[in-house]
Design a protein. Structure first.
Length: 305
């Protein structure tokens, strides 16, 4: 299920965006700090432990795992393989520099040195990435309870094949609910636009820039993000593209980032092969590197069914 990837190179920099007037926010601010999940690292124990927790959020998790049997567990890897030629969003992300600095022949052990931007490959956006308020969560502060959650997959690949600027809207979310029921509280809502093939093809195909240099790829509408927070209280969103703000807004006007991360929610970007994950019924495990003070980090994203 993993992708081998291959592609171009890239320089460095950082995106900055002005934070909107708080009075204009679509959803009231506030940190929803859920209880931390503790217990055995064994998958069966994790599933049992989640199912045993009480309360509305825990019951949504319990419902998701009710049909997951540890003895017949299927693990789907939704993570791109990271390497030096992996495509990045030039010029905002630094080139990865991964090299072997020790070998068994010379040092008695093998080891690589990793010099990578937090937002390279399949990666995590912590709230602090676009949120400078005092209560903005850094990577290591995101509640682990929010990193093991029901996975909801919204498929728009047919539309995205015709319209590179397609976005997940409220109508897509309601359509999913008509088929599968209410989006669970605390879910990770993922967009499957079929963009993994472009990521693996080249940086040019991934960013899909027009003659004016503007990128074109799918993402989430701001109204859909607001609805997911105000009506469903999700944990975060995930996309198979470089940004959950669609291409034309991703660099010049990343209002989705400012809004969603401003509400202390998170995002996972550059997810691999979401077409292999079920639309409903999976549990997502967001294995983000636990970086103190981070704005994000590399992720091993798994779907358990």
């Amino acid at each position: 299920m993993t992708a081998s990837g291959h592609t171009p190179e890239t320089p460095g920099g950082t995106i900055t965006a002005e934070r909107p007037d708080p009075s204009a926010r679509l959803v009231s601010s506030g940190v929803n700090r859920r209880r931390m999940l503790t217990g055995s690292a064994a998958v069966g124990a994790v599933l049992t432990g989640i199912g045993a927790l009480g309360g509305p959020v825990e019951s949504a998790h319990a419902q998701t795992i009710a049909d997951i049997s540890p003895s017949r567990l299927r693990v789907t890897d939704l993570t791109h393989v990271l390497h030096n030629d992996f495509p990045i969003y030039r010029p905002y992300i630094l080139d990865p520099n991964i090299f072997q600095f020790a070998s068994i022949a010379e040092d008695g052990f093998n080891a690589l040195k990793l010099e990578i931007d937090e937002h390279t490959g399949t990666h995590f956006d912590a709230p602090w990435h676009f949120n400078d308020s005092p209560d903005a969560l850094h990577t290591h502060e995101v509640d682990p309870r929010d990193l093991v959650c029901p996975l909801v997959v919204i498929r728009i690949s047919d539309r995205a094949a015709r319209d590179f600027d397609a976005q997940v809207g409220v109508a897509d979310l309601r359509r999913w609910e008509r088929r599968h029921g209410r989006i669970p509280q605390g879910a990770l809502v993922a967009m499957d636009s079929g963009w993994s093939a472009r990521v693996l093809q080249s940086e040019e195909a991934m960013l899909n820039r027009g003659s004016d240099g503007i990128a074109h790829f799918p993402g989430f509408e701001l109204e859909a993000l607001a609805w997911l927070l105000s009506e469903r209280d999700i944990a975060g969103v995930a996309v198979d593209t470089p940004s959950f703000d669609y291409g034309p807004d991703s660099a010049s006007n990343p209002e989705g980032h400012v809004f969603l991360l401003g509400e202390n929610k998170y995002a996972v970007e550059m997810v691999a092969h979401l077409e292999t994950a079920p639309e409903n019924g999976a549990m997502a495990v967001v294995g983000v590197a636990n970086i103190r003070g981070g704005s994000g980090g590399p992720v091993r994203l798994l779907a358990l069914t």
